[in-house]
Design a protein around this ligand. Sequence first.
Ligand code: PBG
Length: 319
Amino acid sequence: MTEQALRLGTRRSKLALAQSGQVANAVSQVTGRPVELVEITTYGDTSREHLAQIGGTGVFVTALRDALLRGEIDFAVHSLKDLPTAQPDDLVLAAVPLREDPRDVLVARDGLAFAELPNGARVGTGSPRRMAQLNAYARNHGMTIETVAIRGNVDTRIGYVRNGELDAVVLAAAGINRIGRSDEVTDFLSVDTVLPAPGQGALAIECAADNADLIAALAELDDPLTRAAVTAERSLLAALEAGCSAPVGALADLLADGQIVKEMRLRGVVGTTDGSTLVQLSTTGPVPETYDQAMALGRELAAEMLAKGAAGLMGERAH
Ligand SMILES: NCc1[nH]cc(CCC(=O)O)c1CC(=O)O
């Protein structure tokens, strides 16, 4: 008798299907069971509004979570950066696999790097976080750029450069890699210039809290250091009371002395979208061994950023 297939709920976008396909293979290896993809349309997929306007929080995940709670699917794969920081009691993040490249990248005409863009260049991004940091960099380097609010899937956004409407667009490296279009990248933006969104480049595998057998099996796909890093980043976001469409960047990484890992560093930034003001700070602490320690690192940095006026820069709160 063949074992019953596990049902993996996924969005239908090319990116979602690519990352769900990868996870499906990994899950079928660790469980020995076949995995079947169940495609689900979310509000974020159908709404044509700008994410900053619809609030951002959870627009890509609510329909998947509802399907989990109704028992229509066994687990769901999300881009961690799209996941609201509040975790519902009846669902658990069973695994956060090893994160891939967390950076943002530029896709520009004529192979241009960001610093080579001509004055007046039109740079497309729907993300207030990217706008704030790109505009701040431009101001500090005597460049003038015009950030243009766009949205749409990765192919659509690259299309704006191809058809000449924009000089460049900014995307997540992880997304462009996962759909196999990394040869379009003309510049990898240093995290010293643009801190990524909290959780960027990481996936989250979520299932119902009462599904103990599946939770135990999925735990094999968890990467504890990725989980510690994204937990600190998301704790910062939560403590700033910001949503995923707020102009907040964060990245946790490990500081090593030779081969020996010494500390975890958490960097954070909040700014106005015109780039005229940025609050950018970092803190370090022991490499977290528990969820609570990772959370504490994020809260500590948030407190320092709030003391420097971060709250006043976030504009309208998503919630
Ligand atoms: N905002 C949508 C979104 N959610 C996750 C990714 C990319 C993959 C990731 O960060 O894991 C993207 C596209 C992008 O920002 O370019």
